[in-house]
Design a protein around this ligand. Structure first.
Ligand code: PGA
Length: 252
């Protein structure tokens, strides 16, 4: 049986002053203390919070995530942060290829693929985001877009052990309009099938998360789908008690 993962993507939100209160609230949730080992909880936060967060989550099962990184180990890349640096801070998961990075910062498939490879080389888990825009969906390109995004990464990978995929339809991100559970399941199934073609039965253990306006009212139905193994949650993860209730909801 596959585990579940609930990953908070804070994006460029919150402040250092919010951190302790947020984590205190989350710590009250039995699933992040000692509870159900089937659920992994990741907080992907802005870099400046990581050092303090590492202290605050000590002794819990909360995992520390980042939202991006450079693929090079070091060098003249002003403003960038390497995956090795994140590892030193205790980060275990890195979101890569988020549509906001692809669209606003020009990250194309090959760049995302290099980042995933470096992440895995460091024995950290890459949370690879894929998903189509509204125009692409309307013109029937959902599967070809997702396939292209997957192919770029799969071609450089030896196995799936350190990969998590998040299907995030761009039209559902931050819009309040989630994909329906059927729409999401259809693409999740497609992703698992593609992974199976390349990596065989290992694809049965691949975690595929849904992201895009996931909230307390839709999380349970989405995660009840056979190929949806949790969520990557933006807006609704900024409120610790709401996020905590979402953790409970996926296990109920
Ligand atoms: P959202 O964002 O939950 O606010 O739609 C999800 C994401 O971008 O990862």
């Amino acid at each position: 049986m596959r585990k579940l993962m609930m990953a908070a993507n804070w994006k460029m939100n919150m402040s250092l002053a919010d951190l302790e209160g947020y984590i205190d609230t989350l710590k009250k949730n039995r699933n992040v203390q000692s509870g159900d080992r089937l659920l992994e909880t990741v907080l992907a936060m802005p870099y400046p919070f990581l050092f303090r967060a590492r202290e605050l989550i000590r002794g819990t099962r909360i995992r520390l995530g980042a939202q991006n990184a450079h693929w090079q180990e070091r060098g003249a890349f002003t403003g960038e942060v390497s995956i090795g640096m994140l590892k030193e801070l205790g980060v275990t998961e890195v979101i890569l290829g988020h549509s906001e990075r692809r669209q606003q910062f020009g990250e194309y498939d090959e760049v995302v693929a290099k980042k995933v490879q470096t992440c895995i080389h460091h024995d950290m888990r890459a949370l690879l985001c894929v998903g189509e825009t509204l125009e692409e969906r309307k013109s029937g390109q959902t599967f070809s877009v997702v396939q292209r995004q997957l192919d770029a990464v799969f071609s450089g990978l030896a196995d799936l052990t350190k990969l998590v995929i998040a299907y995030e339809p761009v039209w559902a991100i931050g819009t309040g309009v989630s994909a329906s559970s059927a729409q999401a399941q259809e693409v999740h199934r497609f992703i698992r099938d593609k992974a199976k073609q390349k990596f065989g039965d290992a694809a049965d253990s691949l975690l595929i998360l849904y992201g895009g306006s996931m909230n307390l009212s839709n999380v349970r139905e989405l995660v009840a789908q056979p190929d949806i193994d949790g969520g990557l949650i933006g807006g609704a993860s900024l409120d610790a008690s709401l996020f905590s209730q979402m953790l409970d909801a996926v296990l109920s």
